[in-house]
Every structure is written in structure tokens, then in C-alpha cells.
Design a protein around this ligand. Structure first.
Ligand code: CMC
Length: 429
């Protein structure tokens, strides 16, 4: 017999089906709740609300498990590449050799962006945050490809949009950096792989030959894999909800980038480094910051600590912490900020406040230190996160369209004034 859940309202009992996922996750299906009872559920921040069923990513926060399409993140980070993982997320299976060759060939050849878009970069103030530049340019792409905006078009048109986006985000990201330092942009080059090409556009000059360091290339590829999807987080839910109105994919991912920017989400990697630099400037003592983080009247939080879903450890943070040590060793970099991060982690993890709330370092705690070692400026960190997360946003959007999900439209419980007559201005107190 299939499992059901009962809700009692007064003397009446209502039954609802229980849905079970492939990993035995349970949900009470309340699709008919309002029709049957007149009630809605209230769940601020959607802490207990499943917005969809999904076959893309499995995450178990208690046990620290993360898998893309069944493949453990640890194996993908060690053995795969970012473009292969992107294919896996978007099409649900690892590509064959022929599929992968076609995929990488197409993405490599779509990295150039329309020459007119170059003017956009110059039009932003040089102090513009690169996330603002990235989100604006992602939605601007829609104006260059009006023929491919309909999400319900045949697969090949949608596939082309997907490849364009993954290809062009690296150029947009690198050019937003070049603009911020007032340097001429460097065009993409087909002789490089995805990460080499990005690093070339970031760090070479138009007149120079540039040899990306293989250690840096591999570390970047791994970071992008670790960020590639994380099921229904803030930015991904944003992408799905924007896409549910049948807005085009460019606008959905631009909205995702805007959501990612916040320091509680993807902006945390920038905030972590700024916090560690503050601690360093302040003399490096940890206790003062731990006390501030625990003080409910102080808005300070330890950035890069805590997670909505992981309540034991973040498996991405475990991989990144190790990679951080490796990369800094191989590059011969001695970054005092890394030492401060380790000290802060040690102090926090032995403090009852953090232990009792299950607050552990998350993916962003160490990623910024690797980006620093690669020479990527702090303001670009969230852009790096967006580049990594793009395949996840696309996969989730594609699944939402394929499932024919209805437009996202939550309800509310109104707590404002009840009906009252309009008061002319002269009579207002
Ligand atoms: N420092 C100090 N206290 C914290 C922190 C922190 N970083 N994170 C949570 N808490 C406390 C919080 O004050 C609350 O305490 P109490 O129960 O006494 O009121 C308790 O822990 C639970 O926190 P919450 O805010 O209710 O938890 P949440 O699930 O709503 O928020 C979070 C999760 C990630 C937004 C939060 O932990 C946070 O603000 N962390 C710092 C920002 C950060 O690193 N964000 C990156 C997340 S990982 C990358 C990504 O995928 O976005």
C-alpha cells in the first residue's frame, strides 16, 4: 500500500500522498491541499519546501553527499573535466567520445562574442563590479540572437543557445576584468581548452604569447566542477522561476547571476577574503571575531561558514581545502591569509556555538584562497562561481521546461490593513 500523510483540521482529516525519491527522500505531496482544505502552507525561506522533483543532483546534507546524475563529486573532481561535467548535467549521461568531441568543438568555436558587445564593456565605469557587468551582458546576449529565444523551439535551437552561453560566459567574464583594469581585451583563441582560454583572456596581453600553467588550469577546472550544480539553491530556484514564465534562457541565467551575487550565496567567496584581510589588518587575533559572530546584536557572521543544507560537512570544502594546499605548494606561494583561514576554522570548530549549530566551512571558505593564488582578483571570485554554476542553471532550466512545470507563483498570508475608505490628503493627520 502506498504511504500517505494525514492532516487534521478541526474534526476533518485529509489524506495526501507521500512521494519517495530514488534515494528514499520523502515528501508530502500537497498539490491538492488548498483545493481540499482552503489552507496553504507557510515556509519562510522554503526551508522545508520541495519546489520540484529533479533527476540532476543528489545532495544529502547530513552525510555530506553530493552526486551529479549519480556520480560522486569526489570522483568527478578527480577524474573528469568541467566540459564533460557540464554535458553530464545538461544531458543526464556522460558523453561518448563522439558526443564530447562535438560538444567541445562547438563550445570552443562559439567563444567569440559579437563585436558590438565590446562597446558595452567600455560603457561601464571602470569601478563597476564584474558581477553587474556579467549579469548585464548575459541578458544582452538575448538581443543578438532573437531567433533563438523561444524555450519551446526544437532541441537543436535550444542546444545552440546552451553552447553559446557556456562558450561566451568565459569571454564576458574575462573582458569584464580587463575593463576593470583598463586593459585592452584579449580575444578567445581556439588552440586552448576551456580553462586555458579563459586564463589567456584574463592574463595575457594582445601582443604577448601566454602559456597557462597546467597546475592553475587543472585547479580551475576542478573548481568549476565543484560549483557546477547544487540542486535547488537560491540562484537555481531563481533561474527555474524566471524560466517558468517562458522568459528566454539568457534572461533566466542573468537572473541566476543576480541572485548568486549576494554574500549569503555566491558572493561569500569574495566576502571570506575581505573578512580574512580585515582580521589580518586587525592584528590576526581570532577571539574578537568569534565573539562578534556569536553576538546576535552584531551583524557580523563568519563568512564561508554554515550552510542551509550541509549540517555535517560540505564535501566540496573538503576537496577544496586539500586542493588549496596542493596548489599553493606547487606554485610556491606562501599566503598568510591561508594560515589565518586555518586558524579561524580551528577556533570556530572547537567552539560550542558553532558545534551546536552544525556550522562548518562551506565551499567558499577556501576557494577564494586558490583564486588569489591564481592571480584572480577578489572582485572576480563570484564571477568564477557563476561560470562554474552556469551548466547547473541550464540543466535545471531544461528539466523545468521538459517537465512542463507551471509558472512559479507562491502564495502568501496577508497581514496588512483590512479594507478601509480612501482618506483625502487634506483630512490626513
Ligand atoms: N556565522 C555565525 N553564525 C552563523 C553563521 C555564520 N556564518 N551561519 C549561521 N549562523 C547561525 C545563525 O545566526 C543561527 O543562529 P541562531 O539559531 O542562534 O539564530 C544559526 O546559525 C542558523 O543559521 P541560519 O541563518 O538560520 O541558517 P540558514 O540555513 O538560513 O543560512 C547560510 C545558511 C549559508 C546563509 C548561513 O550559514 C550564512 O549566512 N553563512 C555565511 C555566508 C556563506 O558562507 N554563504 C555561502 C553558502 S555556500 C555557497 C552557496 O552555495 O551559496
Amino acid at each position: 500500500m502506498s504511504e500517505t500523510a494525514k492532516i487534521q483540521l478541526g474534526d476533518e482529516i485529509f489524506e495526501f500522498p507521500v512521494i519517495t525519491g530514488t534515494e528514499n527522500e520523502k515528501a508530502i505531496d500537497i498539490t491538492t491541499l488548498r483545493a481540499k482544505t482552503g489552507y496553504i502552507t507557510l515556509d519562510s525561506g522554503y526551508k522545508n519546501t520541495g519546489a520540484t522533483t529533479s533527476s540532476i543532483t543528489f545532495l544529502n546534507g547530513e552525510e555530506g553527499i553530493l552526486r551529479y546524475s549519480g556520480y560522486p563529486i569526489e570522483q568527478l573532481a578527480e577524474k573528469s573535466t568541467f566540459l564533460e561535467v557540464a554535458y553530464l548535467l545538461i544531458y543526464g549521461e556522460l558523453p561518448t567520445k563522439a558526443q564530447f568531441d562535438h560538444w567541445t568543438h562547438k563550445i570552443t568555436r562559439h567563444t567569440l562574442i559579437h563585436e558590438d558587445m565590446k562597446d558595452f564593456f567600455g560603457a561601464f565605469p571602470s569601478k563597476a563590479h564584474p558581477m553587474g557587468v556579467l549579469a548585464s551582458n548575459l541578458i544582452s546576449l538575448s538581443t543578438f540572437y532573437p531567433e533563438s529565444l523561444d524555450p519551446d523551439r526544437e532541441d537543436s535551437a535550444v542546444d545552440l543557445t546552451i553552447m553559446r552561453l557556456i562558450a561566451k560566459i568565459s569571454t564576458i567574464a574575462a573582458w569584464s576584468y580587463k575593463n576593470s583594469v583598463g586593459h585592452p581585451v584579449v580575444y578567445p583563441h581556439n588552440k586552448y581548452n576551456y580553462c586555458e582560454n579563459f586564463l589567456n583572456m584574463m592574463f595575457s596581453m594582445p601582443t604577448e604569447d601566454y602559456e597557462p600553467d597546467p597546475v592553475v588550469v587543472r585547479a580551475l577546472d576542478q573548481l568549476l566542477i565543484l560549483h557546477a550544480d547544487h540542486e535547488q539553491n537560491c540562484s537555481t530556484s531563481t533561474v527555474r522561476i524566471v524560466g517558468s514564465s517562458k522568459a528566454n534562457l539568457y534572461s533566466a541565467v542573468a537572473a541566476g547571476a543576480a541572485a548568486l551575487w549576494g554574500p549569503l550565496h555566491g558572493g561569500a567567496n569574495q566576502a571570506v577574503i575581505e573578512m580574512l584581510e580585515n582580521i589580518q589588518r586587525d592584528g590576526g587575533g581570532m577571539q574578537k571575531w568569534i565573539v562578534k559572530a556569536k553576538d546576535k546584536d552584531d551583524p557580523f557572521r563568519i563568512m564561508g561558514f554554515g550552510h542551509r543544507v550541509y549540517k555535517n560537512f560540505d564535501p566540496r570544502a573538503t576537496i577544496i581545502k586539500k586542493s588549496c594546499d596542493d596548489v599553493l605548494n606547487k606554485l610556491g606561494i606562501n599566503d598568510p591569509i591561508l594560515e589565518l583561514a586555518k586558524q579561524l576554522e580551528e577556533v570556530a570548530l572547537s567552539d560550542d556555538y558553532f558545534i551546536s549549530r552544525s556550522l562548518y566551512p562551506n565551499v567558499d571558505f577556501y576557494s577564494g584562497i586558490i583564486y588569489r593564488a591564481m592571480g584572480i582578483p577578489t572582485q572576480m571570485f563570484t564571477v568564477m562561481f557563476a561560470m562554474g554554476r552556469l551548466p547547473g542553471w541550464i540543466a535545471q532550466w531544461k528539466e523545468m521546461i521538459a517537465n512542463k512545470e507551471p509558472i512559479g507563483r507562491p502564495r502568501q498570508i496577508y497581514t496588512g490593513a483590512t479594507e478601509r475608505p480612501y482618506v483625502p490628503m487634506a483630512k490626513r493627520k
